[in-house]
Ligand binder design. Structure first.
Ligand SMILES: C[S@@+](CC[C@H](N)C(=O)[O-])C[C@H]1O[C@@H](n2cnc3c(N)ncnc32)[C@H](O)[C@@H]1O
Length: 229
């Protein structure tokens, strides 16, 4: 528009329509987020945690929140078959080459750990690595894990969660509302050991520590638990 010899350029700022917003979110969830998760979860400190836990797993195994299959290379020869459950098919697609490299059958199930599509007592071991932080109802998921474990079966876990230090906890509480929006529902402040206890698990072994990085994000527990008699 021209006024008194000056040209004024107006910026048109329009809100994207609802369908444009949801298309963008769909693109982000399908194509961007899976690669970001694969990249972030593939770090060397996390690989060391996998190496310390996964080789001890044996028999019929269920992995909840299997993601992009980053645990697959760490399973040993005593695994007879693996059911990998995750709600995200795009994430699991990134696991194809890793699944091709293992010596046992792998089946993928699309679903939520809160409603496991398996018979009671179907597994000798269940594995969860950095997943209880993202499941909307982790208590329900752990009750389901207890249901599908065979008598004497064990839960193998590495999870980040609520730290023992008050100042770190305060930051975890402050950051979680924003963090869960950008990190696919991840909570920094879940009390992992308490959740296991409330679901009827008895911890057989556990390591507690901060991994490298900012403390609100890195407090982790790694261990093995069975069902209380
Ligand atoms: C931080 S990623 C960890 C992935 C993988 N366990 C690993 O160690 O690389 C969290 C995973 O939890 C999965 N997840 C989110 N909600 C879930 C649910 N309700 N049931 C099962 N898995 C879920 C996500 O799709 C994602 O794969």
């Amino acid at each position: 528009m021209a006024t008194a010899g000056r040209t004024i350029h107006r910026l048109r700022t329009t809100r994207p329509t609802k369908s444009a917003e949801s298309a963008a979110m769909g693109f982000y969830a399908r194509h961007v987020l899976p690669r970001l998760i694969d990249l972030a979860m593939g770090s060397r400190p996390l690989a060391r945690e996998r190496a310390a836990l996964i080789p001890a797993v044996s028999g019929r195994v269920l992995e909840i929140g299997a993601g992009s299959g980053l645990n697959l290379p760490f399973y040993g020869a005593r695994v007879t078959r693996l059911s990998a459950l995750d709600p995200s098919l795009p994430l699991w697609r990134l696991a194809r080459s890793r699944a091709a490299g293992v010596a046992f059958p792998v089946e993928f199930a699309a679903g939520s750990a809160e409603h496991l599509p398996f018979e009671a007592g179907a597994f000798d071991a269940v594995v969860t690595t950095w997943t209880l932080c993202s499941i909307p109802d982790p208590g329900l998921a752990l009750a389901e894990v207890a249901r599908v474990l065979a008598p004497g079966g064990q839960l193998f876990f590495v999870e980040h969660g609520r730290a023992p230090d008050q100042r770190v906890r305060a930051w975890q509480d402050r950051l979680t509302p924003l963090w869960r929006r950008v990190a696919a529902g991840c909570h920094l402040n879940r009390p992992i050991e308490e959740l296991l206890g409330w679901a009827g698990f008895r911890i057989a072994s556990i390591e507690r520590d901060y991994l490298p990085g900012p403390r609100p994000f890195t407090y982790r527990v790694r261990g093995v638990a069975g069902i209380r008699a």
